[in-house]
Design a protein around this ligand. Structure first.
Ligand code: SF4
Length: 185
C-alpha cells in the first residue's frame, strides 16, 4: 500500500523511494515537509544558532581538479596567503564574539613547510584564545602522519571533501595523474 505523506513524515528512517517522494513534493505538500523539518530540528538541537568562524587561509593548491576555481592551472586567480598575524587576529575576533569553533581552510599542499605552518598556527591560535575555540581543519588529503601532527597541535576535527565516490565520475572531473587518485578517496 502506498504511504501517505503524513505517514512518511512520521518515520525516523527512509528508503530510497521515501526520499524520492519527499524530494519531489510540490505546492502545499512542500510546506508540510518544511514544517516537519522545523519540528524535528527544534526537538533535536533547539532554536539556538551556533556561530562558526571560517578563515580562508590560502587559495594556493597543488592540485588541478577540473571543477575548481582555484585549481593550479587557473592563472587568472590572484593567489594569497594570510599572514600568521592576520590569522590570529581573526581567531581572536571569533573568540571574543563568543564563537564556539573555527575552521581553517586552504588549498592542498603536501610539503613539510606547509605541515609546519599549520602546526604553528594551531598552537598560536590556542595561545591567543585560551584554548577555548574548537578548531576544524580543511586542508585537503594529507598523509596519516600529518593528520596525527595536526591533531597533536590542537586540531579537533577535519573536513575532507570528496566530490565523487563513483570511480568513473571521479576520473572525469580530475586529471589522470598520481596527484589525483581515486584510491585515496
Ligand atoms: S584539491 Fe580542493 S582546492 Fe585544490 S583544486 Fe582540488 S578542489 Fe580545488
Amino acid at each position: 500500500m502506498t504511504k501517505t505523506l503524513d505517514q512518511l513524515l512520521l518515520q525516523k528512517s527512509f528508503s530510497r523511494e521515501d526520499l524520492i517522494r519527499l524530494l519531489s513534493v510540490k505546492g502545499d505538500e512542500t510546506q508540510k515537509v518544511l514544517n516537519r523539518a522545523l519540528q524535528v530540528k527544534t526537538e533535536t538541537v533547539g532554536r539556538k544558532v551556533y556561530l562558526r568562524g571560517l578563515i580562508e587561509l590560502s587559495n594556493i593548491c597543488a592540485k588541478d581538479c577540473c571543477y575548481c576555481g582555484i585549481r593550479k592551472s587557473n592563472t587568472k586567480v590572484h593567489r594569497y596567503n594570510l599572514s600568521d598575524e592576520e590569522v590570529y587576529a581573526a581567531a581572536e575576533f571569533a573568540w571574543k564574539k563568543g564563537f564556539g569553533s573555527l575552521v581553517i581552510q586552504s588549498g592542498e599542499l603536501i610539503a613539510p613547510a606547509f605541515t609546519e605552518h599549520i602546526e604553528r598556527l594551531l598552537i598560536g591560535i590556542h595561545q591567543h584564545t585560551n584554548s577555548e575555540l574548537s578548531i576544524t581543519l580543511s586542508c585537503g588529503e594529507q598523509p596519516y602522519e600529518v593528520f596525527k601532527r595536526w591533531h597533536a597541535a590542537g586540531a579537533h576535527r577535519y573536513l575532507l571533501r570528496i566530490e565523487s565516490t563513483d570511480r568513473e565520475l571521479y576520473n572525469q572531473i580530475h586529471p589522470q595523474d598520481s596527484l589525483h587518485s581515486y584510491e585515496n578517496v
